[in-house]
Design a protein around this ligand. Structure first.
Ligand SMILES: [Zn+2]
Length: 291
């Protein structure tokens, strides 16, 4: 599932390619993927120039000249792939999001849900095998009032240690639930919660209010480190996705506990365990992360 680093990779990779392009057409073969009425497609999207691209939590926002914004959530298996053709050859392309062959395949393919045709012979494909992702359009006023966006807590890459501690230190629920609760801090998913808690030697089931400020400060630093490291590795993009034969670039090469049940802990060699916390599969070292 694309998490913050993968979504950040999409935004960083597509920003310059999309800026200034004009949306000529938008089509879908799966209406739930494009949750926009035909009339709003005509009035709000078509003919509009793309002025910018940004990330809010795990959503991608494509701003249009008329102050409308395409809001995209990749959910489980979404990816965005940009292709530009010149003289019959692919001149520019970039894809990122869920790591699958569609990142580097001929498109559209069977996972393609939405096609944005742009000027200059460029196309943006929204591929989504499992069909949980979506695209909506919101006006600037709707964005201000949208619970999708304004209920999000501060972004994990931007929040400082002091505010992080302040927002977590009085919560009675377990620390993993707090990290996954996007209204407390936004951008953390299952992988980065497990990895940062292991790095901080904190049991995922510990009530947040029982952690010391020093432990929370340490967790804040480890979270930002692991997110930044993953962004630096390129998230999961067409740049590092090689093929379906297991050569998937550096994606998830860095993990110490996530989906590593049974493997030895890198610190103490105890086998990593998988338990359920916050209704999610959770990976930890039972010796390094005591409750
Ligand atoms: Zn250990």
């Amino acid at each position: 599932m694309p998490e913050l680093p993968e979504v950040e990779t999409v935004v960083l990779g597509l920003r310059e390619l999309l800026r200034g392009r004009v949306v000529k057409n938008i089509t879908t073969d799966w209406p739930k993927s494009l949750r926009v009425s035909d009339s709003r497609i005509k009035s709000d999207i078509l003919g509009q120039e793309i002025t910018g691209l940004r990330r809010v939590g795990k959503m991608i926002l494509i701003d249009l000249q008329n102050n409308n914004t395409l809001v995209i959530h990749l959910k489980m298996t979404g990816q965005l792939v940009y292709k530009k053709v010149k003289d019959g050859e692919s001149a520019e392309d970039f894809g990122a999001g869920h790591p699958s062959d569609s990142l580097i395949s001929r498109l559209p393919d069977k996972t393609t849900r939405v096609i944005l045709t742009l000027d200059g012979r460029a196309v943006l494909y929204f591929n989504d095998m499992r069909k949980f992702g979506w695209i909506k359009v919101l006006s600037s006023g709707e964005i201000e009032e949208s619970s999708l966006i304004n209920q999000l807590g501060p972004d994990l890459l931007k929040i400082d240690s002091k505010e992080f501690i302040q927002r977590l230190s009085k919560r009675g629920k377990n620390i993993k639930s707090c990290l996954l609760d996007q209204t407390i801090v936004s951008g953390c998913g299952n992988i980065y919660a497990d990895e940062s808690l292991w790095a901080s030697k904190i049991h995922p089931g510990m009530p947040a209010c029982e952690l010391t400020h020093k432990q929370l400060g340490n967790l804040h630093r480890n979270l930002q480190d692991v997110l930044r490291f993953s962004i630096k590795q390129g998230g999961s993009s067409s740049r590092n996705y090689v093929n379906a034969l297991g050569l998937k670039g550096k994606y998830l090469d860095f993990v110490n506990v996530y989906q590593k049940a049974g493997s030895p802990c890198a610190r103490c060699q105890t086998p990593i365990e998988r338990i359920v916390v916050a209704s999610r599969g959770t990976h930890l070292c039972p010796v390094c992360q005591k409750i």
